[in-house]
Design a protein around this ligand. Sequence first.
Ligand code: G4P
Length: 293
Amino acid sequence: MATIQWFPGHMAKARREVTEQLKKVDVVFELVDARIPYSSRNPMIDEVIQQKPRVVIFNKKDMANDQEMAKWFAYFKEKGALPVAVDAKHGKGLKGVEVAAIEVTKEKFEREKAKGLKPRAIRAMIVGIPNVGKSTLINKLANRSIAQTGNKPGVTKQQQWIKVGESLQLLDTPGILWPKFEDQQVGIKLSLTGAIKDSIVHLDEVAIYALTFLIKHDYDNLIRHYKIDVPQDAENLKWFDAIGRKRGLLQRGNEVDYEAVIELIINDIRNAKIGSYCFDLYDAMQDEHNDDA
Ligand code: G4P
């Protein structure tokens, strides 16, 4: 997993570089993690992108919950962006990206045509926080390996246009912006989906958050997955003990190795081994998400 330390200087530079690159494109592809379509956004993204036509690409749809995604789709549509869902890793839904780009730039190109300008390819760039799958998507859209999976804030200097389908040209380097730091809940979700470095948040809190979420929303699957029998209202420690003992995650003296259990739970969720979830629950977040999007 690539990691970046963000400092105010880096953030300002990243923002400046992305703003500069945006001048070259007709449409922005804002990439988010479909499991946390709100929490995986850069906190200043609307200021950075401004009125530029925007397609919000929900990546990693293979690991997300369809019903929640649908609610977030409606949210983004209402904000004037066009949402599409893809699974960049397995190359699913890619055609929808080009179709959406055509749709959101239609008016602009009609205006250009009316002015007598020659038809040309739509120019686009991908923007998003680290680890949402920007490089994977670029490589898949390009049908070859171009973007490095590894991160540098902002965008690098020598850039090229990649031809995508019939009507699209994509910048080969994505704009990398920082995640939301302030909200601890968001930090936990970013960790749970593998977007931020482990050391930034306490992994025990991440595992407890995950467990609480699963007990509430997917209890049957949870006990089936770990082959344990723990009542839904049992306290956290009982869950950790049951999972640890079932999996033989023990220390000397036959004690449960809690660190190992924490790691197991987090990895199982990161890799969608138990189920497909959205941790940004639209209904529950209704009140919050008008503040800072
Ligand atoms: P970035 O450029 O935005 O920083 O992200 P990058 O493409 O490096 O992708 C980050 C991780 O997310 C990679 O996993 C990548 O394989 C995975 N990924 C990207 N898109 C999808 C998707 O649609 N579905 C799923 N399930 N995973 C996706 P990794 O663990 O860092 O590498 P690897 O183990 O896949 O090689």
